[in-house]
Ligand binder design. Structure first.
Ligand code: ATP
Ligand code: MG
Ligand code: MG
Length: 380
């Protein structure tokens, strides 16, 4: 089968690599250059979007910020999985919040803000601190403001107003003002739903961020109650969207309660550990779901941690001499802070993994691996 993926980044690349053994041929459409290309070699095919969609058996996506006209072409083909409603809910925080409310899943209290008076009303109604997020085009913590004290309100609004005035987007811009959640930790759930409505989910993953960017993800040892709570929310959201494919939910954990922070209608960075740590990796399960193949087991095979490589194109090859350590480069050009690759590290037991993680962290410089050494110490 031929699968055309909207977006030509590392997620499409890893889908292509996972699809090859199943004879699933993945082609990518780079929405920025409007070129159809091979997601691993970068070879360009002389095809328009319409021609590539017509030639594909299935059309899917590796990110949520796909221009609406491109989504319209995909949706009109009847082959788009997940559907455009799901992609749009991931790409516009207004639709995302409405979806979470419709699905009945807990999420941070919020107001949609477009004007100064709405901004001050939100401040009044939600209280401080506030997190303010651009409704459109946000990722890796970009397009966000924090408001901690009343005295800073005018300055923060001035920033936001300037941002909204300068935003280049075909849709009306807005801000989602959210109550600040004092979470104990951040976790995520990656799972898949097929066209028959069957769902499978991976074990919950604990996530660490630096400046809004994911640095470390670790598959959690089983916690049945928390896993069940997350699965219920996953099913509610996935069913609400008639979702087909891999979907990720990011949560704030407060005590033993989960609040959904946001959704990602695609394979997710916090699911990269599944390449070495799960029976079937998220990329293969996404392809299985969208191609109508049986879903694969999501069982944890062994304790696994994933470390992102940010803005660096070199890692000491000695990391490969650590047992069960695997390096995944994305073949991208070096830019400060850019996700360049990741490392998956496994152990036979949680204690062995913690020991290996500490050893790995000593080989990784702070530049490229912010706070990884600290996380490794806390897990040890
Ligand atoms: P991603 O790259 O995951 O798509 P994003 O840019 O869409 O990120 P969010 O996940 O919404 O942004 O926020 C980034 C981080 O900021 C969160 O992982 C969390 O650490 C923090 N954060 C976001 N919203 C809140 C909130 N309401 N309360 C407390 N912290 C928050
Ligand atoms: Mg996001
Ligand atoms: Mg996020």
């Amino acid at each position: 089968m031929n699968v055309l993926v909207m977006g030509a980044g590392q997620l499409a690349r890893m889908m292509a690599l996972a699809g090859a053994p199943l004879n699933l041929k993945v082609t990518a459409y780079d929405v920025n250059s409007a070129k159809v290309q091979h997601p691993v070699t970068g070879e360009i095919y002389p095809l328009t979007l319409e021609q590539a969609v017509a030639a594909a058996d299935v059309v899917s996506s590796e990110f949520e910020h796909i221009p609406y006209p491109v989504q319209a072409v995909c949706e009109a083909s009847g082959k788009f999985r997940p559907n455009s409603t799901a992609i749009k809910a991931g790409g516009d925080r207004r639709q995302e919040k409405a979806l979470l409310d419709q699905a009945g899943v807990a999420n941070a209290a919020y107001r949609v803000v477009q004007t100064e008076s709405e901004f001050y009303a939100a401040l009044e109604q939600l209280g401080l601190p506030l997190v303010l997020k651009s409704a459109l085009a946000g990722y890796d913590g970009k397009g966000q403001w924090r408001l901690k004290q009343q005295a800073d309100a005018a300055a923060v609004w001035a920033d936001i107003a300037a941002f909204m005035a300068g935003a280049e987007h075909s849709l009306p811009q807005a801000i989602v003002a959210e109550q600040f959640v004092r979470f104990d930790r951040e976790v995520s759930l990656v799972g898949a739903r097929n066209a028959q409505g069957e769902t499978v989910v991976y074990p919950l993953t604990e996530n660490h961020h630096v400046n809004g960017v994911l640095t470390v993800s670790q598959a959690l040892p089983s916690n049945e109650a928390l896993q069940a709570q997350a699965k219920q929310m996953f099913d509610a959201v996935a069913n609400q969207l008639s979702y087909v494919g891999v979907l990720a939910l990011e949560f704030f954990q407060v005590g033993d309660q989960l609040l959904v922070n946001e959704i990602a209608p695609r394979v997710h960075n916090s699911g990269h550990w599944t390449q070495q740590g799960a029976d079937t990796c998220q990329f293969e399960n996404h392809l299985r779901a969208v191609c109508g193949l049986p879903l694969g087991s999501t069982a944890l095979v062994r304790p696994t941690v994933m470390v992102n490589i940010l803005g660096e194109d070199y890692v000491d090859p000695a990391v490969l001499s650590l047992p069960s350590c695997h390096l995944h480069w994305y073949g991208k050009g070096k830019r400060p802070g850019r996700k360049m690759g990741h490392i998956n590290l496994c152990g036979d037991t949680p204690a062995q993994l913690a020991e290996r993680f500490l050893a790995l962290s000593t080989l990784l410089p702070e530049a490229g691996f912010p706070e990884v050494a600290d996380v490794a110490k806390t897990l040890a």
